[in-house]
Design a protein around this ligand. Structure first.
Ligand SMILES: NC(=O)c1ccc[n+]([C@@H]2O[C@H](COP(=O)([O-])OP(=O)(O)OC[C@H]3O[C@@H](n4cnc5c(N)ncnc54)[C@H](OP(=O)(O)O)[C@@H]3O)[C@@H](O)[C@H]2O)c1
Length: 322
């Protein structure tokens, strides 16, 4: 696996990371298997997929436990990233993120880091990320509490998720921003307008989440029937019968380029994301051993200028993100 660094000042990481959310949350509830997920974590480390992303609320609260168990004995070989700032509301979890509420209060952050470290079976995380900005709390206060975790040795660095440039600048004035995690893929490009260039100019890592379009860009979803029962995506605008049908044109174009490049559609989707900047490190999510291997191999795929231009020119998808 080729490597880069987590931003200009961060530790070395494989150019492809691993998102662990789907191992216990949001997608394919009947297809999850902890033993297989642990095997995926072990194989990831062997392959050099060292940036491992989780969050306290995934599960809820089971994803970090699984990741902590899976990384037992391997902790020092990975760059471990988790998140804080969402919590389960009084109704409990209704469907995936519905039922979650924002909590950016400093006391929540202070309490949560200790709970995350316990579940992750470690005394520090390498990257502690604010999952969402709670607009009821000044970002300086929330971010100040994350910075305390660095000062206490509980986090090596801190990052943001789904933020504007203005929010990054306000946080930077309090403590250095190591990373920004936002959705970026062939069918979600909003961050390219300003956040990705800002990060590149300031040596901040950008971690694209859902870089495979929540699986859609891999070409495995021809219709809504390909989505498992109880899967969160069934409630999302881009995964309705009409939008899935309309958006097949995007997948067909990705597949044509993949065929030409001797690669898979997933690898093309990841190589395009990687081409957006030196510190752009996608974190494709998988709980499936063969998908992990497929995604890791995207670290070796460099697309031609012609392929990149064709991918740049793909049409916008039908349907909003959420
Ligand atoms: N900061 C945030 O707010 C936020 C939001 C969403 C996600 N995230 C993070 O980003 C990570 C990735 O995002 P994501 O999981 O939403 O979407 P994604 O990475 O775009 O897609 C994941 C889906 O694609 C499938 N898949 C993975 N590799 C494949 C391959 N090579 N061929 C065919 N199918 C493949 C997975 O299947 P299986 O799982 O069945 O293997 C899963 O259904 C998450 O795990 C999480 O860590 C963060």
């Amino acid at each position: 696996m080729k490597t880069t660094t987590l931003g200009a000042a961060g530790p070395e990481v494989g150019v492809i990371g691993l998102g662990c959310m789907g191992m216990t949350h949001a997608y394919d509830p009947d297809g999850r298997d902890d033993a297989t997920s642990v095997a995926v974590l072990h194989r990831a480390v062997e392959l050099g997929v060292t940036l491992i992303d989780t969050a306290d609320v995934y599960g809820p609260y089971t994803n970090e436990e699984l990741v902590g168990r899976g990384l037992e004995g391997l902790r020092d070989r990975v760059v471990l990233a988790t998140k804080v700032g969402l919590e389960l509301g009084p109704q409990g979890l209704t469907s995936s993120m519905s039922g979650m509420k924002l909590n950016g209060r400093p006391e929540h952050v202070r309490r949560s880091i200790d709970e995350s470290l316990r579940r992750l079976r470690t005394d520090h995380v390498d990257l502690y990320q604010l999952h969402r900005v709670d607009t009821k709390v000044p970002i300086e206060e929330t971010w100040g509490a994350l910075a305390e975790a660095v000062q206490a040795g509980k986090a090596r660095a801190i990052g943001l998720s789904e933020v504007t440039v203005e929010q990054i600048e306000r946080a930077q004035a309090v403590h250095p921003v190591a990373s920004v995690q936002s959705e970026l893929s062939l069918w979600t490009r909003d961050a390219l307008a300003d956040v990705v260039p800002y990060c590149e100019a300031h040596g901040i890592a950008f971690l694209p989440f859902s870089p495979l379009g929540r699986g859609f860009l891999t070409g495995t979803m021809a219709s809504v029937d390909d989505l498992p029962a109880g899967d969160w995506r069934r409630t999302m605008p881009r995964f309705q019968a009409e939008t899935i049908a309309a958006n097949q044109a995007i997948v067909a174009a990705v597949r044509a380029i993949a065929d030409r490049a001797g690669a898979t559609p997933a690898q093309v989707a990841l190589a395009w994301v990687r081409a957006q900047g030196a510190y752009v490190i996608p974190i494709p999510g998988t709980k499936t051993p063969k998908y992990l291997v497929d995604n890791a191999a995207a670290g070796d795929l460099t697309l031609s200028d012609e392929d990149l231009a064709e991918l740049d020119a793909l049409p916008a998808p039908e349907g909003t993100r959420y």
